[in-house]
Design a protein around this ligand. Structure first.
Ligand SMILES: [Zn+2]
Length: 141
């Protein structure tokens, strides 16, 4: 069974996000949660910033800080997000063409007027929105 393009895209994006978070974490450059950033003070060069974090203090150029993604987020937070998104994707799995988790009220009702639930085609809206959050755009039909 071939996967939907949104799901292929999403799986690749999750792998890249996890690798990026791991790289940030492994480079020892990461200093944990940032508590304070200084610039234009004391002995700090004009194009540097001094970052104080739980793991210590580093002075780096503003360019390096941006390139390394320090200001983009804590790798621990990024990894937690990727793990949660993988779980969402796993729970909204392809179940013979329908989403394993989603259902919607059908036209049919029981004797007391309650709607039965019918299956939702896979990939469901949850999976498509998750893929969009990572940059996937729907293909033109
Ligand atoms: Zn679903």
């Amino acid at each position: 069974m071939s996967a939907h393009s949104a799901v292929v895209f999403l799986r690749q994006a999750l792998d890249r996000a996890e690798e990026r978070a791991q790289r940030l974490h492994d480079e020892l450059w990461w200093i944990g949660n940032v508590t304070r950033i200084e610039a234009f003070a004391g002995d700090i060069q004009f194009d540097d910033i001094r970052i104080h974090g739980e793991g210590g203090t580093r002075t780096v150029s503003i360019t390096e800080a941006i390139q390394r993604g320090l200001l983009a987020g804590n790798p621990v937070d990024l990894k937690r997000r990727v793990a949660a998104d993988r779980q969402i994707l796993a729970e909204h799995a392809n179940d013979y063409g329908d989403c394993a988790a989603c259902g919607r009220p059908s036209e049919e009702t029981n004797g007391r007027g309650h709607h039965f639930h019918e299956a939702v085609p896979w990939p469901c809206r949850t999976v498509l929105l998750l893929a969009e959050a990572y940059g996937w755009t729907e293909e033109p039909k």
